[in-house]
Design a protein around this ligand. Structure first.
Ligand SMILES: Cc1ncc(CN)c(N)n1
Length: 228
């Protein structure tokens, strides 16, 4: 069994919980609250910069010239393509540059981006790639699984279209092939680390959507410090 077949099976329940999360179901139905979507778009714009940086580090660690190109290009595209999606949503949903700049990373976004960057810098190329695989694959699958549910005049249609696009789906297919080839050459301990990195990344995808759905805010430290 290939690494990607195995990792998908091991994380099947987590994927089901992700695609069934009310954020994704309501996004498909067009009923997701504006507030939750705005929270998501702002946090995702923060996320993309860190994700792009992680991909650039993975590109630097890649073993051959084609893979260096694959991941450094991906770093560039993650920022350019998805940022333009966010810029469109920011304009459509009335999010100003100031709103974005004033919004700190949520706890979920901070946790996820710190995990990606720490793994990209500290771990081997195969393990770092496994950590970013959910960023590709979970989005591609969620897009595929909800596209048929998407209602007419869905305010979130552009989001769905981006992740079911041939461009995004092809990039995912290439990453799956790259990681399977790496896993075939890796020793057992590395493959288990790849599994652990994938699962943590996939869990953090769920956490990220859940945090946006709840419009998560940092607890106010000054409140916590107030005498009872
Ligand atoms: C949190 C998150 N994960 C993945 C993707 C898709 N690259 C994204 N835009 N945002």
């Amino acid at each position: 069994m290939s690494f990607t077949q195995d990792v998908w099976q091991r994380n099947h329940a987590l994927y089901q919980a992700t695609v069934q999360h009310p954020f994704n179901q309501e996004l498909a139905a067009g009923t997701l609250s504006r507030e939750a979507f705005i929270h998501y778009v702002i946090q995702d714009a923060h996320y993309l910069l860190a994700y792009g940086r992680a991909l650039a580090v993975i590109g630097a660690k890649a073993y051959d010239a084609d893979s260096v190109i694959q991941f450094t290009e991906a770093a560039k595209l993650a920022i350019i393509v998805e940022r333009s999606l966010h810029d469109g949503f920011m304009a459509d949903f009335g999010i100003s540059k100031e709103d974005f700049e004033a919004a700190p990373l949520s706890q979920a976004c901070h946790h996820y981006t710190s995990f990606l960057q720490a793994t990209a810098w500290a771990e081997s190329y195969p393990v770092a790639l496994a950590a970013v695989l959910p960023c590709y694959w979970v989005y591609a699958q969620v897009g595929n699984d909800i596209v048929d549910q998407s209602v007419a005049n869905n305010p979130y249609q552009k989001w769905v279209d981006t992740y079911v696009s041939d461009e995004f789906q092809d990039a995912v297919t290439k990453v799956l092939a790259t990681i399977d080839a790496l896993a075939e050459q890796a020793d057992a301990a590395t493959v288990e680390k790849m599994h652990a990195a994938y699962t943590r990344g996939a869990e953090l995808e769920w956490v990220f959507w859940d945090s946006a759905y709840r419009c998560e805010q940092w607890p106010l430290l000054q409140d916590a410090l107030k005498p009872a």
